[in-house]
Design a protein. Structure first.
Length: 160
């Protein structure tokens, strides 16, 4: 497994081109970006109290167009007005957890105690944040869909 995703209780009509899945009361949006991009998003967000403050700061800098999808997370959040979600990244090697990144944003508030990266290691239980979002904690165990972005895209395309 090598996948990052946004998990939201937002049930809007998402763009048909955006790879996403509805499971129970949750929308799962697999991210087509690297672990590094997700880690940078989380570590930069840790410097702010609200998502609105972070996005304002983000837009105050000149961004250069590149082939990298460094703004994919921001585009999804802004396009669909997400203000309550979890962003998570998990990877495994030989069925053993390798890397984990986690951040919860609830009603625009960056939940600092939820942040987990190699640099910021809060030892919190993500369960309460999953409960707020309405996601089953074992969502990522369905590797037929959530193994990596390419696998998720294939599964999504089959549903279309």
């Amino acid at each position: 497994m090598d996948l990052g995703a946004i998990l939201s209780n937002n049930k809007r009509d998402f763009n048909r081109e955006l790879v996403h899945f509805s499971e129970k009361n949750t929308t799962i949006i697999p991210l087509d970006c690297t672990e590094y991009i997700i880690q940078m998003f989380i570590e930069q967000a840790a410097n702010f109290d609200t998502l609105k403050e972070y996005l304002s700061h983000y837009h105050s800098y000149i961004r250069y167009k590149t082939e990298y999808k460094d703004n994919a997370i921001i585009e999804i959040i802004e396009s669909f007005n997400l203000d309550t979600f979890v962003i998570e990244y998990n990877s495994t090697f030989a069925d053993r957890p390798q890397d984990c990144l986690f951040l919860a944003i609830i009603d625009d508030e960056i939940m600092k105690e939820s942040i987990f990266t190699p640099e910021i290691q809060n030892l919190c239980d993500p369960g309460p944040f999953y409960k707020i979002i309405g996601v089953d904690e074992s969502w990522s165990s369905n590797e037929e869909i959530y193994y990596d972005y390419a696998t998720a895209k294939k599964a999504f395309d089959k549903l279309q």
